[in-house]
Design a protein around this ligand. Sequence first.
Ligand SMILES: *Cc1c(COP(=O)(O)O)cnc(C)c1O
Length: 766
Amino acid sequence: MLQCFAQTSKQLVVVDALVWPDSTIFARMAAKKSASVRVKKAASIPVKKSRSSPSHRRTVVPAPIAPADALTQLRALAMNTWWSWNEIARRPFAALDPVMWHATKCSPLSVLAFSGPSTLSAACDENGFRLALADATAASNEAMNAPSWWSRTQAKKHPNTLIAYFCSEYAIHESVQQYSGGLGVLAGDHLKSASDLGIPLVAIGLYYSHGYYIQQFAQDGTTKVVYPVYDRRTMPVEETGIIIDCPIGTDTVRAKVLRMDVGRTKVFLLDADLPENKPENRLLTEGLYKGEPELRMRQQVLLGVGGMRALRALNLAPTKIHLNEGHAAFAALELLAEFRSNGLSHDDAIERVRARTVFTTHTPVAAGHDRYDAAWVWGALQGTLARAGVSRAELEALGRENASDEREPICMTVLCLRLAARVNGVAKLHAEVSRAMWKSVYGVKRASAVAITSITNGVHVPTWIDPRAARFWRESCGFDPCAATPRNSGWKRAAQAPIADFWSMRLSLRTALVSFARERLTRASQRRGENPQALEVCANMLDASALTIGFARRFATYKRAPLIFTDIERLAQIVGDGKRPVQFIFAGKAHPRDVQGQAYAKQVFDMTRHPLFRGKVVLIEEYDMAVGRALVAGCDVWLNNPIRPHEASGTSGMKSPLHGGINCSILDGWWPEGFDGTNGWAIGSAKDESFSETDAHGAGQARDARDALALYTLLEKKLVPDFYDRGRDGLPRKWIKRALASAATIPDFFSTHRMVSEYTTRAYIS
Ligand SMILES: *Cc1c(COP(=O)(O)O)cnc(C)c1O
């Protein structure tokens, strides 16, 4: 285990460098620059000597700083979540109180809130800390004002552009619990890329006091749903002083407008937990996807209608509104009401709304779209609809596929399709499925006549790339993986990476993951009160040199987490081969109301206890961004086996190639676009599928069996032989070639820098 023993004048701390690699970096940096910190490497993991971050590296020792001044600088850094993707801005917090840093999921504000004044004044005596603080402050000031892709190429032509981006969740960092899964991750990554590229975009969302639930597995593998209470002081949100009124039904709900800074991007979050609101209305912003459908609908009124009102109260006049998923559909109706109040005729107002609205749909499964009883919607939106001059019949015409079907509920997606001129799916295949699915809304016979295009998802590279991998690409391949440009052709150089160095980088990431997993498994075992032998077992699980396959995602049933366990005997053969060991690391949360998804989680949990798999198949609880980062960095293979075509895009598979990981996936979501035959593996084929919705039971069993068979065959014939086919130097050349092809071909395109620039040119400014 790689640990840093950092001895400061006040404390002796053991920092687990593997929970967050920053600590290694800090320790190395501090060791170079401060005589009072000594660093010792405890294990024999090959960590290459390297220069620290390329820019903002100071050679002069900064002047003494008063604790009060340091605190001001630290607060300014902590309040802008720019730190979440810029390691340089996290360093001073890790240095200030390393124990608190790790105990609080690396939350800068928690470190400030919970570490005492003596810690701060002690830190101010340290050269290393002062350097880290000065570097962080300089780098962040520079980044906020740096010229950007937008300022260089678009700003002059489109001077008044302002995009308002609506989403029900934002995943910025694991310590900011305002997300549940992929949608939030995509939205968070969108905002970060908008900041890096300088795109004039503000975001609207809700501020959830409980966030999403924390997942724990009980002794028997059942899911425990825990809602912690978060200390407001630890959340990087600022009061704006603005309170809006939002009509919901016959109530006027008041909501505070909070601001979260994501680099240059501002996010405005509505908080209805105010004493003047009725108790049931205070619950509107209690939790994410929590509660009955009617509460969910009312939340969405607050998001859409309240969000538009917040923009007005802030004096922001967006030139486009981007509804990311149907949750914020009501924003378009509030916009309609605005245009009508300004005197536009009904038809003109509808046209203006359509021209101004961009909609991204995320669900290729008909049942996955939010639908609410028409009477509820009519009741909840009465204020807005009266101002918009929309009758009950028109509401139904806008929100139903078939307006005259009395029983049909109002569908949020249908509303968006009718009120947005620009509509896109999140991958080519998904757009194709969506066109077929929504023909009736567009009143056309042929799917090709449906105006739904695709803008394929991506990931924000600086957020997801492990600092060790980033350093490898910079130093061994000579390109910056985090360049703030729409495309990054530097990735092509990955194909020529020095293979021995690449393989030792892979080993160090896999080793880090094994330690991370052991620590998490031990912690969970401890919490369950298991006996010392069980703890001992956890501490020795997994093998840092074995072929490591990762599966981490929401445990939605269509993702089929337990598919690999279809034939236990066959899997046992693969996993149990002493000469060519294979291991699986699982993580994933099911929605608290998704009984089947939780049953899947339990099934995987039970398998981790099976004598044939113990220590070789593990399940890490509380899948969050930190677990995600550790897994996508350390796993050799990223496994994805959804029911095709139910995965709209999927993004976790885009994070793995940043580290030279290889995808092994059903040809669903983004993978048909990403896979070129040499940069990963496809499970099964795309040919024999129709786009009709296959039911999960009857025909489903045959399909599952067929996909499982294809997966076993791949494992036995390709993955395992390639991984263990070693030259005399111990290097698996064939494997490395595929891994480098994965890095050379995938991250350039499947990044949110490319995605956001595409939204910009194709939807925001056209
Ligand atoms: C990337 C990521 C997701 C999205 O992954 P999918 O492949 O779409 O399932 C969800 N949750 C977390 C924590 C992630 O990091």
